[in-house]
Design a protein around this ligand. Sequence first.
Ligand code: ADP
Ligand code: MG
Length: 226
Amino acid sequence: MPQRIEPIRNTQPRPPASFSELGVSSAIQNALKTMSINSPTEIQVACIPPLLAGIDCIGNAKTGSGKTLAFALPIIQKLSVDPYGIFALVLTPTRELAFQISEQFVVLGNSMNIRTAVIVGGMDMMAQALELGNRPHIVIATPGRMVDHLKSGSGEWNLSRVKFLVLDEADRLLSSSFVPELSYLFNVLPKERQTCLFTATLTSSIENVANAPPRPGKQKPFIHRM
Ligand code: ADP
Ligand code: MG
């Protein structure tokens, strides 16, 4: 009786991708080393390549899985190509989250002269207006206060050069309480831009965004589900 031959399986686990394999620049890899960040997390492996390639992205991964760097690295890398005006607007539901996100941008962007501004409620409007006038590259904001500044026309800045919009904790941002502010911002922001949503929970409003037909000439967003 012929012996049954088992198919040979490659039992070697695939090594986790490196930041370099994802297309992250060596300048950013060096900055990551100073933060003791050596290899990417799953959400970073999934979302960094499409974001670097200019594709919109919906990233779903649990809290603490490294979603901030999944958008911060592509933003910083693309920024070096177009360093004029506010390049990226990161929206997040709370002041605390805005400061946490800003911390990661500041540490990463420090050696690259990247200016960030945090625009959140409950803080001095005038000081924030000055910060916006100081030509930041990245603005991290809560929607209400961002709209307040746009409506008050507080200075020599605008959102007309924004190339990258992030909705962080998108499930909360897309809930009804933020709808008026978000529609205001969507009307002001350039239509030609990249958009990404990050969330720990896939709600029906996020599924709606994911399933909406893309604008003519645009490809559907890449979706990573956990
Ligand atoms: P999330 O937004 O998914 O809740 P964060 O982006 O705030 O999570 O990241 C949580 C923590 O993990 C942060 O302190 C961050 O510096 C750290 N972190 C992010 N990416 C990595 C990585 N690739 N390796 C190690 N630590 C990381
Ligand atoms: Mg987060």
